[in-house]
Design a protein around this ligand. Structure first.
Ligand code: APR
Length: 331
């Protein structure tokens, strides 16, 4: 089979469809295997009319899951139900926990060496769930299981660029030195987890080096933490972020594939980690390579404000992790 193969589980959904479109256009992807419980043939036929390097195959229903993930190098999972207004990511727990557990059980058999990128929420719990299933099957490798937190990075990048672009304009009018802020070049590390107070943007580590007032930090931080809810409320019952999440998922899948091809690169991701004491899974920048996580880079030098947020995230993450572990152990 051609490599790299990327399998997309939940390919017919609100995230899955635009994510499939982006992966179809990724020149590094040779085979894109689409899996869902419904509508996969239609999505695959549609995407197959785009001429690109990636061959598309369709796999529908549990009987075809094995073939979808067999020999996959990367497996991206947005399968599950999305949030509605008033719901937290944790409210999705029971349905999505079962979906991720069952998908992971087949991956453990068909494709134990694949790099697994989990989008299904609550990510803080679904990553431990998949990991427990792989442990039970004796094929767990902590370097190969990821919770995708790239959307928090994408949002931070946009919000910071938006804020600083506005200030640049002000500077022009006051004839001060103009320094434009290019969103595509702004890097904001986001650590912790992927829900509420566990989302911790490290505004002290933004590159290119950017100064924020205390007031700006006090505004930006909760906006980044609650950005998902902004979308849930605006969609008014139609679901949660799909388009920006698809972009983030495609960006992360591309980073994994580049790593597999020997192009080491650094991304934030929620992984099994000893970066922060007292918590088993934590998102920090990690170096990606041929076997997934090559190096956990950790949180680096953080401000006192950020350290407080990290400390507050630990008990919350531990609750989310324990809930995931208990779900697998109790079933
Ligand atoms: N196996 C594969 N696909 C499944 C399964 C399953 N067991 N169960 C549901 N799906 C599919 C659905 O058929 C649907 O096509 O997952 C897709 C989910 O799509 P949407 O309902 O549109 O949800 P979406 O907005 O894409 O969000 C999916 O990602 O960010 C998270 O919180 C979000 O957990 C949610 C997930």
């Amino acid at each position: 089979s051609q490599a790299p193969k990327v399998a997309l589980l939940g390919a017919a959904g609100g995230i899955g469809q635009p994510l499939g479109l982006l992966l179809k256009q990724d020149p590094l992807v040779a085979h894109l295997a689409l899996y869902d419980v419904v509508n996969t043939p239609g999505v695959a036929a549609d995407l197959s009319h785009i001429d690109s390097n990636a061959k598309v195959t369709a796999h529908t229903g549990p009987k075809e899951l094995y073939a979808a993930v067999e020999n996959a190098d990367v497996i991206v999972i947005p399968a599950g139900v999305p949030r509605k207004p008033g719901m937290t990511r944790d409210d999705l727990f029971n349905t999505n926990a079962g979906i991720v557990r069952d998908l992971a059980a087949v991956i453990a058999k068909a494709s134990p060496k694949a790099l697994i990128a989990i989008i299904t929420n609550p990510v803080n719990s679904t990553v431990p769930i998949a990991s427990e299933v792989l442990k039970k099957a004796g094929v767990y490798d902590p370097k190969r299981v990821f919770g995708v937190t790239t959307l928090d990075v994408v949002r931070s990048q946009a919000f910071v660029a938006e804020l600083k672009r506005l200030q640049s304009t002000v500077r022009i009018h006051t004839f001060l030195c103009f320094q434009g802020h290019d969103a595509s070049k702004t890097v904001v590390p986001v650590v912790g987890g992927h829900a509420g107070i566990t989302i911790i943007p490290l505004l002290s580590q933004v590159t290119p080096s950017t100064k924020f007032s205390e007031e700006e930090i006090a505004k930006l931080t909760p906006r980044i933490q609650d950005a998902g809810t902004e979308v849930v409320n605006a969609k008014a019952g139609a679901g949660s972020a799909t388009l920006s999440m698809a972009l983030a998922g495609a960006r992360f899948a591309n980073a994994l594939v580049r790593g597999i091809k020997g192009q080491k690169n650094v991304q934030c991701a929620y992984v099994a980690s000893d970066a922060v004491k007292g918590v088993e899974y934590f998102s920090t920048p990690v170096e990606l390579g041929p076997n997934g996580v090559e190096k956990i880079l950790g949180v680096g030098k953080v401000s006192a404000f950020e350290q407080k947020l990290i400390d507050a995230s630990v008990p919350e993450l531990n609750k989310n992790i324990a809930k995931g572990v208990a779900f697998v152990k109790g079933n």
